[in-house]
Design a protein around this ligand. Sequence first.
Ligand code: PLP
Length: 284
Amino acid sequence: RIVYLNGSYVPETEATVSIFDRGFVMGDAVYEVTTVLGGRLIDFDGHMTRLKRSLGELRMAMPLAEAEILAAHRRLVEENGITDGMIYLQISRGNAGDRDFVFPPADTPATVVMYGWDKPGLADNPAAREGLRIITMPDLRWARRDIKTVQLLYPSLAKMEAKAQGKDDAWFVEEGTVTEGTSNNAYIVAGGRIITRPTSHDILHGITRASLLRYAREAQITIEERPFTVDEAQQADEAFITSASQFVMPVVEIDGVPVGAGRPGPVTQRLREIYLEESRKAAI
Ligand code: PLP
């Protein structure tokens, strides 16, 4: 596979980064994951807007122009023959020399990495017909989940706990309400309305979330942006998650309790179809 490292396209075995890199030593890096469908990029502009915001919140400069990032994404898609798959982008504060909590000088070059992978049949994932079974766990992440950093240890532990219990994923709960999933935003459907937590520092501002809510409003579906409890989710008609790689994915069980009929519901299925259709149309 050909990957991108700091302006060069190289075989992955040649793409190496310093042991002094702040991303490695301090988790001082941000990332984005963009979906490729039919060789085109889904919601690319949204991912770039969030990338700039994440960098800004961590006082990092955008190391290359958005047009260059777009060109690199397209080149990785082409050179690696990706039809359906993902492109990962990570930007760290770079090689800071000996370990220090203080940031290196602002002119220290960032480390920019991009690579892609194939996921054939991504939009036709059989999990969308089955639905996910999830557990809930306390949200023990840091309080700036709106910044998309590579500090993913707790979500990783949560996913492992879900798997250990024979389930698919976990939702996080804080002060009695659901924040979001390990790597996705959380929703319930009640009385035909979509209920989802409003954006704040508590959750990642999902790009799929933003696009889906826009498409749902255009389709005259009512959206209530407010926190909801686990109990409310278990009593809801339907539940689902969104993320770049899963689009809209039904949740059919929460902590062993079936949601609605225990099968993917009609609103979720319709939202999945709307999202896939509209985001493909808007893909670049
Ligand atoms: N919430 C968290 C914690 C995530 O890690 C992600 C994606 O990685 C999402 C939500 C969904 O965001 P997006 O729709 O931009 O993929």
